[in-house]
Design a protein around this ligand. Structure first.
Ligand code: ADP
Ligand code: MG
Ligand code: MG
Length: 204
């Protein structure tokens, strides 16, 4: 299964819907270990993404992903805007000029996104950030060809849930030290939604 421009747009629509629906939940999670705005940040950002995509045509998924990146970087404050912006920009750059993205292309795109996130946020695996979802998902993609998208979704979900027991070492949650343990990382949940909706799109 390949990711076309049409599918990339469907992915962003599904992700936006998921984020709008769970906006309060994302902010509640951030209330526990941050400043309580993750749902608001993501909902505003993806609403702007939808506005941008609705009146644009794209030749390649890369062009679409680049616009997503630009919107998120310019419209979303906090840590998550620049981080997700970087992730989408790196995915766009990794897939430049390709009309359709194969699973191999997507795997490479995720790998580049992770490099961008690491560079920008200086976090590592187990620091209790969105990387704790991105890295295991990438690992799964690299190990499985063809990708079983149901298993990929389960991998993302398990990785998201596993952030609960981690001690935060990056981001606002790190100020809480031991008190950050016992709460799921909000950015891991939004990243889970990102991969969940990608999996849904690729299965259809
Ligand atoms: P802010 O913390 O500025 O209010 P958000 O609440 O929108 O921004 O986003 C918080 C999320 O961003 C965290 O749950 C975490 O997943 C992610 N995050 C924070 N700092 C980093 C970092 N240095 N590297 C990767 N992800 C990070
Ligand atoms: Mg916050
Ligand atoms: Mg904030």
């Amino acid at each position: 299964m390949e990711l076309t421009v049409k599918k990339a747009k469907l992915w962003m629509e599904a992700l936006n819907e998921k984020i709008q629906k769970h906006k309060e939940y994302l902010s509640e999670l951030d209330q526990a270990i941050g400043d309580g705005d993750h749902g608001v940040n993501m909902a505003r950002g993806f609403q702007e993404v939808m506005n941008k995509l609705s009146d644009a045509d794209y030749a390649t998924p890369s062009d679409l992903l680049k616009d997503v990146a630009m919107v998120l970087m310019s419209k979303v404050g906090g840590a998550s805007g620049p981080l997700y912006g970087t992730a989408f920009l790196k995915m766009a750059m990794a897939t430049k000029n390709k009309e359709k993205l194969t699973e191999e292309d997507l795997t490479l795109a995720v790998e580049e996104a992770i490099k961008g996130l690491e560079q920008r946020g200086k976090a590592q695996l187990k620091d209790k950030t969105m990387l704790d979802v991105w890295i295991p998902v990438h690992h799964y993609m690299k190990q499985n060809s063809p990708i079983d998208w149901g298993n990929l979704e389960a991998t993302a979900k398990g990785a998201m849930e596993a952030t609960k027991e981690l001690l935060a070492l990056k981001g606002r949650a790190a100020y809480l030290k031991e008190r950050s343990v016992g709460h799921i990382d909000p950015g891991s949940v939004s990243s889970y939604y990102l991969f969940q909706t990608l999996a849904e799109t690729m299965r259809e």
